[in-house]
Design a binder for this molecule. Structure first.
Ligand code: C5P
Length: 306
């Protein structure tokens, strides 16, 4: 257990990873971001963050994912979340941050953003700063475009750069998640997308199809499958060509639909039900792919120990 030696005064919170069931990307804005029309869904894969009072700031990371590229300084989003709450509340006390990671790193599933979301909940509890969910959502949006959704969890339509959320109803779905050995940095994938679409007149759709929303509402994976779409996939595949073969194998193993998760290069494969997800996982493992099964939607960031 990574958190077995914590003092009683430690606070532990967790936040889920996410997939984007639909990710439509508008043209590059003047501020460098892209307007989105997306449907976020939180998945049952968790980042857990423990905060303890300390004499000086520190951060350490554990987990069964590739931890090589995670910054262990002020660039870490968990550290930035503590700094943002310190600015908003005038607190200056140091904390030791421990993060246990389960969401693939640099994979397009919002792992770093989940660390920030869990840290916001935990620091608000540790410091008894009493920030409301609305106040936390405002700070979350400054930390990153996906952080507000990972505070809220569930299923939501995202607009703006992803921070404007409209919760929607969804029954459960089953997935096989296939992490990649490679990592992609989100800004690079957006940049590649801009290059690939340089000669295209990009128009962002205004709304999501009713048949898509209805499939979510009814929890119907067969009806959902044809609606999964990710405008970033072409850029992700261009930067990580081996992804094509992974997606193809998912279809051969019987997935109802396969997609690149967010900016990639993690793949998300839709199953009919839990047993079907297990069968797809077994087939992919036989072919040497590391993969995990999960379900969605999951709840947002919450305390697990106060
Ligand atoms: O908001 P976040 O810090 O997660 O974004 C990281 C980078 O991804 C941004 O600096 C920007 O280059 C790109 N991005 C974008 N449009 C979005 C979200 C992110 O271009 N809607």
């Amino acid at each position: 257990m990574p958190f077995s030696h914590l003092p009683d005064s430690s606070v532990i919170a967790r936040a889920p990873g996410k997939i984007n069931l639909v990710l439509r990307v508008g043209p590059r804005r003047a501020d460098g971001y892209h307007d989105l029309l997306t449907c976020f869904q939180a998945v049952d894969i968790w980042e857990t963050v423990a905060l303890s009072p300390a004499d000086e700031f520190s951060i350490a990371v554990s987990g069964d994912v590739n931890l090589g590229e995670i910054p262990l300084d002020g660039n870490n989003l968990a550290m930035q979340a503590v700094a943002a709450v310190a600015r908003a509340t005038g607190r200056t006390d140091a904390v030791a941050i421990l993060i246990d990671k389960k969401v693939p790193v640099g994979g397009g599933m919002g792992g770093g953003s989940a660390d920030a979301a869990a840290t916001l909940i935990a620091i608000n509890e540790l410091w008894h700063t009493g920030l409301s969910q609305v106040e936390l959502l405002t700070i979350a949006a400054e930390l990153g475009s996906d952080v507000p959704f990972l505070l809220e969890g569930g299923t939501a339509i995202g607009r703006g750069r992803g921070e404007i959320l409209e919760p929607i109803k969804s029954l459960a779905f089953n997935w096989v998640i296939v992490p990649s050995m490679e990592h992609l940095a989100t800004p690079g994938v957006y940049g590649r997308l801009d290059e690939l679409r340089a000669d295209v007149d990009v128009v962002l759709p205004e709304s999501l199809p009713d048949t898509f929303l209805d499939a979510l509402y009814r929890g119907d994976p067969e009806a959902l499958a044809p609606h999964l779409i990710n405008d970033m996939a072409q850029a992700s595949l261009d930067l990580e060509p081996e992804l094509e073969a992974t997606l193809e194998k998912g279809l051969q193993c019987g997935a109802l639909a396969v997609m690149v998760s967010g900016s990639g290069p993690t793949s998300a494969m839709l199953a009919r039900d839990d047993a079907h997800a297990n069968a797809i996982q077994a087939s992919l493992r036989d072919q040497g792919h590391h993969c995990v099964i999960t379900s969605s939607p999951a709840r947002g960031a919450h305390l697990v120990r106060r």
